[in-house]
Design a protein around this ligand. Structure first.
Ligand code: SF4
Length: 368
């Protein structure tokens, strides 16, 4: 095309063609899109400084296609990253170094009761009147910009429902590839539930210790065993009921923990029976030596743990209470029977009265 084309060596032209991504002879399609008849002529013109690689329409198309693919990949990556942070149940927000919000996750939207679109380009301190939190935020920013890393503070915050919650506020810096601080990322951990759970656990532990102390002091024998009938715990009265061997074991191993119940009691099969039957309680009188005991078994955990309270019925104090309880039970049962008889008698009397009335009425009408 040009009259001023200088002659270049084949090697120089080959090298120039690589600038427009033509590496093999078959890549030279000579489409004339650049205004030159052949790719080689275009390469010569480039060497002469008459044109630029961007004038090759095929190369430009290739570059545009590459850019489109990269943009698609980038969009997919952004979407994927957003999906990941949205799946985190903890509110997360990230801001540029001056505090302008760049993005957040779903949990943060819920915390503020607003949408990502509205939250973006605003600032965290717009959403709270908590001066202490605003102060903490400022001081954290200052200190993190000086010493990049992570900081954690505990603070009371109001949520979108205006409910005050104790929050563990985590804030850290994030950097560019060259190490410059690009902004802050923050996470808000609601520790109220954690704190409540801790308090409940503490209370349950205290209650369990108290129950254990009470059971230890009980005048009746008390024992808990696992599904293999190994003692989990027992009290002093239980140990004393069994005899001297148990007292010796108890001195070395308080509560007879781990001891086999079958070696301690002649009626250990009652415990297995309750575990297997699935019933919740069971009582039976048993004789040990010359004494009579009432064994009340109860299921603590289905198929795994069973407990028993053993009362010495020959003990005058226990005996009196037990006799009173049993007498009350017999009276109640008898009372029920008496009430039933009275009801039946009453019903019969009423029936008889009705029949008699009918007979009288018939008799009267006949006479009239
Ligand atoms: S536009 Fe490119 S491919 Fe087409 S002839 Fe020119 S240099 Fe060759």
């Amino acid at each position: 095309m040009s009259n001023k084309v200088k002659k270049h060596t084949a090697n120089e032209i080959k090298q120039a063609l690589t600038y427009i991504e033509i590496f093999k002879p078959e890549d030279e399609i000579d489409c004339k899109g650049c205004g030159y008849d052949t790719c080689k002529e275009f390469a010569q013109a480039m060497l002469n400084g008459e044109t630029r690689p961007s004038q090759c329409v095929v190369l430009s198309k290739k570059i545009i296609d590459k850019l489109k693919r990269k943009e698609k990949l980038l969009r997919e990556n952004i979407f994927f990253h957003q999906e990941i942070i949205d799946s985190i149940p903890v509110p997360i927000v990230y801001e540029e170094p001056h505090g302008t919000i760049l993005g957040c996750n779903k949990a943060f939207e819920e915390l503020l009761g607003s949408s990502k679109e509205k939250i973006k380009f605003t600032k965290i301190d717009h959403y709270t009147s908590n001066e202490k939190f605003i102060e903490v935020l400022k001081s954290m920013n200052k200190s993190l910009l000086k010493n990049p890393g992570k900081q954690i503070v505990e603070i009371d915050l109001n949520t979108s429902g205006n409910e005050a919650r104790t929050i563990e506020f985590h804030r850290s810096t994030f950097s560019s590839r060259v190490g410059e601080i690009n902004g802050f990322v923050s996470a808000f951990f609601d520790i109220d539930d954690r704190e409540n759970q801790r308090k409940e656990l503490e209370k349950a532990k205290e209650l369990s210790e108290l129950s254990s102390k009470l059971l230890k002091l009980m005048p009746s024998g008390f024992v808990i065993v696992d599904k293999d009938l190994k003692v989990i715990d027992s009290n002093k009265s239980f140990v004393e009921m069994i005899g001297d061997d148990a007292k010796l074991i108890n001195e070395i191993n308080p509560g007879l923990k781990g001891a086999a119940l079958s070696k301690l009691l002649s009626f250990s099969e009652l415990f297995s029976q309750l575990l297997e039957s699935g019933e919740k309680t069971f009582s039976k009188d048993v004789i040990i030596g010359n004494k009579l005991f009432k064994v009340s078994l109860f299921l603590i955990q289905k198929n795994t743990i069973v407990g028993a309270i053993i009362k010495d019925l020959t003990d005058p104090e226990v005996n009196t209470t037990e006799i009173v309880e049993r007498a009350e039970m017999v009276i109640k049962e008898n009372l029920d029977t008496v009430q039933q008889i009275a009801y039946l008698l009453g019903e019969n009397a009423s029936k008889t009265e009705n029949v008699l009335s009918s007979i009288i009425n018939i008799y009267k009408s006949k006479n009239e």
